[in-house]
Each structure stands twice: as C-alpha cells, then as structure tokens.
Design a protein around this ligand. Structure first.
Ligand code: ADP
Ligand code: MG
Ligand code: MG
Ligand code: MG
Ligand code: MG
Length: 442
C-alpha cells in the first residue's frame, strides 16, 4: 500500500488540486472519466460516488444502473500538465454494484480475480509491456491522416523533428507521473515509436498502460500530432504491437528461472508456456480484439503468425529473452495495444496457470525462422496458426472454457456480443481493395 485515504486528501490539499478525475475502463479498454471538484474528494474516498452504469458500453441495463466507484488511493497522481480548470489529479476506481458486491463486468475486477488464483498457488504475476504507436499529422482542417512527418527509420538519429520532440515530452511527462522509463526509441515504420517502462505487478502494469495511452495522446495533440494505437494503420509497413513480458515470482524469487536446466528455465516456466500455447487461439480474441488487429498478424513484420516458442528468434508467438536470473521472463508477442490491458493480462495469466496446474508440457522450441517454413514443414512439426481474423478468434473463444472462465460470464457475453456485431458490420463492407481488383475486371 502506497497511500492511505488521508495521504490522498493531504496531497490534494498541498498541491492545490481543484478537480479529480475518477477513472475506470469499460470492457473494451476505453478509459471512462467522472470528474469531481476537490470538495467531493472525501466523499469519493468513502466510496460514495455513484454513476449510471447503463451509460457505459457493455456494462448494465437501465434497470440495474446505479453503481458505485471505489477509488484506489494507490493510483493517485497529479497531472503535470495544466488546463483551464487549474491543477487536476486522478484516481483509478473499482466498480461496485448497489448492493456492495464487486461488479463482474469491471475489467479491473476480472484481473484481480485471476490474480487471486495465482496468489493461492503462491505466485505474484509481473508484466512489462512494450507499447508501440504511430504519430500522424492532421491536415489543415484538423482531419486525421496517415501521413507522418518523419521519414527516419529504426534507431536513426533523425534531425530534431515533431515526432522526436513529442516523444521526448511523453517520456518526461510519464516520468513526472512516476513511470520508470527503460527505453524509448523510433520503431521500424516511419512515424512509429516505442516507449518501454519497467515491469511491475500486473495490476499496476494494466493501470499504467491505461495512463500511458492517455499521456501519449494528450502530448501528441499538444505537438499537433495524432497518436494512434491502431495495430495496422498503413498497409505494407510494420504494425503496432504491445509485447507482454511476463514472469512469476514466488517468495520474492523469479519462479521461471532454474540454473540447472539446459536453457535456464524452470518447470513452472515450461508449464506456463505450455498453457499459453494450449489457449493461444482463444486468447487472441482478447489480445487482438479488433478487425484491424488481424492485418498486423501476418508474415514478414516480426508479428507472430504461428503458435510456437523460441529462445532464439523473433518470429514465433513466444520468445524467451536471453536474460536469466531475476530477469527470466517470457515475451508474448501477439498482443496489440487495442487490447484491454486488464483482460489481456487476465487471460494470459489464466492460460499460464492452467499449464502449471495441469502440468502441460509445451512442444519443443522452434529455433528456425518459421516465416520461411512451408505448410508441410509446419504441419510436420505440429505448429498451428493463430486465428486469421476476428471471426476465427471469436469462434475459438467460444470453445475455450478456461479463457471463458477467466473473463467471467458478464464480460464474456458482452464482449462476444459486441465483437460479433463488429465483425458482421465489417463483413458486408465493400473495401477499396475490392473496387481496385474487380470494378474494371468484371
Ligand atoms: P525487447 O528486447 O523485446 O525490445 P524491451 O527491452 O523493449 O524488450 O522490453 C522489455 C520489457 O520487459 C520491459 O518492460 C522490462 O521492464 C520487462 N521485464 C524485465 N524483466 C522482467 C521480468 N522479470 N518480468 C517481467 N517483465 C520484465
Ligand atoms: Mg522493445
Ligand atoms: Mg529493447
Ligand atoms: Mg518494438
Ligand atoms: Mg519485444
């Protein structure tokens, strides 16, 4: 515990906070805000602030719409930027039903519930995300474009340009908000960037991802740019992912490390990998939740296509970074930043724990570049593919009891319903590609 209720009240007073944003996430990972003047902060910290749950996508019907926000004092931060309303702060909240029970549709609760399962087995779940995004220009009318100002590529020391200075300010703002930034660099695509912050326990990391996206958007806007986490904004250039680096600790020690193993991994780690591989297809619906996500999961851009793991190369679903000891971790390469971080971490953990509980042995690692293997070679090695579309992923989700249970009935049902509708709408849309291919030909 970082802060008590009294600490928060004291800090707010000391810094002259005028407004507090009470934040939470809907099931799609979109941040919601209820703003209160600081005079209401005491009431908020006593969990007395209500909101209308029926106004939030995927939450509840009108009849049961009175819900409570319970701010988590540990998430209190003062925004380093100023607006017309003076000094502002925020608190991330849990959502409770009118009768005082936790709301099952709250993604933060879904993650907490899965973290409890890990705790029962003695594990703490640690995650370090790598969020990629594009910075695009807006045109004279303020409309969004997919034009980038820089044409610097990976790690280029480009002359100071809009993108670079925006990223610098993002990093300094994140630092002021308490983030430990480990690296920040230009990515492969023109206008594409990555900022990495230090891993933490999964709940803190999921909260951090929400804050991170908010900061990146706000600072980009300040620089006249539009930041997008869309997985594949431009055909033919690298998409944006959100690799998840994961480890378990037991009694403060890394449970994935075993120096006596030929590649330094423990049985727990192998089982965790086995669980992820077993549930990979269904998990994809959550880690890659939009139609566009599947345009990133194609060969040739370091995004995974096949369900395999490797300690060597960057093409499979799971890579084991070289570091051992306390840094032993596995990197799941499929997630993209449009996923709801609470749900993505919940399903990844549930899959891994299933591997541990049921002693699932992973297939042998694949150390050759799988992009270069043909269908037959893949089949001979028993390597399957990730779902190729949102529809396929949803079909897999429907078949996987472990992942369904990790989400809980409420989130599972609402998510599936909304995503089926999204797919159905897309399916009937006539795209530019079709017009280019067929209009003159037929
Ligand atoms: P990559 O080599 O894939 O580009 P990065 O260096 O960009 O990896 O990111 C590595 C991420 O892994 C960081 O967020 C870092 O804090 C995190 N990480 C390091 N050690 C652990 C660990 N033991 N458990 C979980 N995450 C970790
Ligand atoms: Mg990286
Ligand atoms: Mg790196
Ligand atoms: Mg990267
Ligand atoms: Mg990575």
């Amino acid at each position: 515990k970082k802060y008590s209720k009294e600490d928060v009240l004291k800090l707010a007073n000391e810094y002259g906070v005028e407004y507090v944003h009470l934040q939470f996430s809907d099931i799609f990972g979109v941040m919601k805000n209820v703003s209160i003047p600081v005079e209401e902060l005491n009431k908020a910290l006593n969990n007395e602030i209500m909101f209308d749950g029926s106004s939030i996508d995927g939450f509840v019907r009108i009849e049961e719409s009175d819900m409570y926000l319970r701010p988590d004092p540990d998430t209190f931060v003062i925004f380093p930027w100023r607006t017309n309303s003076g000094v502002e702060a925020r608190l991330i909240c849990d959502i409770y039903n009118y009768d005082g029970t936790p709301f099952e549709g709250d993604p933060r609760y879904v993650l907490k519930r899965n973290l409890e399962e890990a705790k029962k087995l003695g594990y703490q779940f640690n995650v370090g995300p790598e969020c990629e995004f594009y910075l695009f220009l807006t045109d004279e009318k303020g409309n969004l474009t997919t034009i980038t100002q820089d044409d610097a590529s990976y790690f280029d020391m480009a002359p100071v340009d809009l993108g670079e200075s925006a990223r610098k300010e993002m990093v300094s703002t994140l630092k002021q908000l308490g983030f430990q930034i480990e690296a920040s660099h230009h990515e492969v695509g023109p206008g594409q960037h990555e900022i990495d912050f230090k891993y933490d326990d999964a709940l803190t990391t999921a909260d951090n991802v929400m804050t991170f996206k908010m900061v990146v958007r706000i600072i980009a806007q300040k620089h006249g740019l539009h930041a997008t986490f869309m997985p594949k904004p431009v055909f033919g250039i690298a998409g944006s992912g959100m690799h998840m680096n994961m480890s378990l600790t037991k009694d403060g020690k890394n449970a994935f490390y075993d120096p006596s193993d030929p590649i330094g991994l423990s049985k727990v780690c192998y089982n965790y990998i086995g669980g992820i591989i077993k549930h990979a297809k269904a998990m994809t619906a959550i880690t890659n939740p939009i139609v566009n996500s599947y345009k990133r999961l194609v060969s040739g851009y370091e995004a995974p296509v096949n369900i395999a793991w490797s300690a060597r190369n960057r093409s499979p679903l799971i890579r084991i970074p070289a570091k051992r000891g306390e840094s032993t971790r596995i990197e799941l390469r499929s997630p993209d930043p449009t996923s709801n971080p609470y749900l993505a971490l919940a399903v990844a953990l549930a899959a891994g724990l299933d591997g541990i509980k049921n002693n699932i042995t992973p297939p042998p690692p694949v150390n050759a570049n799988i992009y270069h293997m043909n269908k037959e070679e893949l089949e001979n090695l028993g390597i399957e593919r990730l779902p190729g579309s949102l529809e396929e992923a949803l079909n897999e989700l429907e078949k996987d009891e472990v992942i369904k249970e990790a989400l809980g009935d409420h989130v599972y049902t609402k998510f599936l319903e909304a995503k089926r509708a999204e797919w159905d709408e897309y399916k009937i849309y006539v795209t530019q590609w079709e017009l280019d291919q067929y209009l003159s030909k037929f």
